[in-house]
Design a binder for this molecule. Structure first.
Ligand SMILES: Cc1ncc(COP(=O)(O)O)c(C=O)c1O
Length: 347
């Protein structure tokens, strides 16, 4: 199966598996796992933060950061389509007891003007706004990258209004490779930031949360509380080390493949790209012009050995995400599958 449903479908390569098998390990809870410690040091340096913490998932990174960046009952401004608002099983409410104040930014990139009306210092009636959460790149925004000027404006606002800034950097390294701007530069504007190791970087498990030493010490407590503290976790952390050493620069191939895919899709009668630019590795397309539903197209291409993700925008569009297990030839095959299936549609 050529799996373009998500970059989470990437699998550990033979080289990564070998490296993982040979990893030195210790008790991670006691901070004695050399591989976990090494990965955390590498990530802190990469993100330009004092400290970093290895966690089982990006969702746990958000759960912990949301809990630490706000007090119970306080409010968070974030994009309507952002992962914590759409896809974390109510984690912000359940784990962090925060109120979400969503805004709708073009491609998930919102402005200071949109945030301003949602800010509150608190009092007896309104919840104090504690922080702003930024997704970079934006998943449902088609892999869009936050411009540095926009981050700078958010930082100035945060400083002025005593807010914290959090960055969900599940795909921050895609942003860094595509823009040529170091991940640490993006991260320099925010107080807490994390990157996922299990998406385009190809590791099987894990994410890294980074921030000040004090923040990460408090994050350790919640890691334990949420059941995320592990034992000989060096085996999986080694996948992350390998990913950071081997799989970052090659994200450029995924971006080029996404571009190739987008250009091909745009040439198929009745198929329309949702966004006119493809900054990184995610694209969405609308098949309504073919007379077929996205579900019919998905079923058709599945039968030809190609998977793309549905369920986005009320299941009205199809998502395709490139990653290290999808080659340029695979993308050409996927395009042919969409072409073949939609030719059967009633136009
Ligand atoms: C933007 C974004 N944030 C958070 C997550 C959650 O990451 P994880 O699957 O590692 O829990 C995802 C996963 O798809 C994501 O796309």
């Amino acid at each position: 199966m050529i799996d373009l449903s998500s970059d989470t479908q990437s699998r550990p390569s033979p080289g990564m598996r070998e490296f993982m098998a040979a990893a030195p390990v210790g008790d991670e809870q006691l901070r004695e796992d050399p591989s976990v410690n090494r990965l955390q040091e590498m990530a802190a340096a990469l993100l330009g933060k004092e400290a970093a913490l290895f966690l089982p998932s990006g969702t746990m990174c958000n759960g912990i950061a949301f809990s630490l960046n706000a007090n119970r009952g306080e409010a968070v401004v974030l994009d309507q389509e952002s992962h914590p608002n759409m896809s974390e099983a109510g984690g912000p409410a359940w784990l962090a007891s925060v109120m979400l104040r969503p805004v709708v930014g073009p491609r998930g990139i919102f402005s200071v003007d949109q945030v301003l009306p949602l800010l509150s210092k608190g009092g007896t009636h309104s919840a104090r706004t504690a922080f702003i959460s930024i997704e970079n790149t934006t998943n449902r925004g088609g892999g869009a990258i936050w411009p540095l000027e926009r981050l700078e404006e958010m930082r100035a606002l945060a400083d002025d209004r005593d807010l914290r800034l959090h960055m969900d950097g599940a795909r921050l390294l895609n942003a860094a490779v595509a823009s040529g701007i170091p991940a640490a530069t993006f991260a320099s504007f925010v107080d807490s930031v994390w990157v996922d190791l299990s998406k385009g970087l190809g590791a099987p498990v894990g994410a890294i949360l980074a921030g000040s030493t004090e923040f990460i010490e408090r994050a350790r407590l919640l890691k334990h509380l949420f059941g995320g503290a592990m034992r000989q976790a060096g085996i999986i952390a080694a996948g992350g080390i390998y990913a950071l050493e081997h799989n970052v620069e090659r994200l450029a191939d995924d971006h080029a493949n996404a571009q190739f895919l987008a250009e091909g899709l745009a040439g198929i009668p009745g198929v329309k790209l949702v966004y006119d630019t493809i900054p990184t590795n995610i694209l969405f397309f609308d098949v309504s012009g073919t007379g077929m539903t996205p579900q019919e197209v998905e079923r058709g291409i599945n039968a030809l050995g190609v998977r793309m993700g549905g369920g986005y925008d009320g299941a009205k569009v199809i998502r395709a995400v490139t990653h290290l297990d999808v080659t340029r030839d695979d993308c050409a095959t996927a395009l042919e599958a969409v072409r073949q299936v939609t030719r059967g549609g009633a136009r």
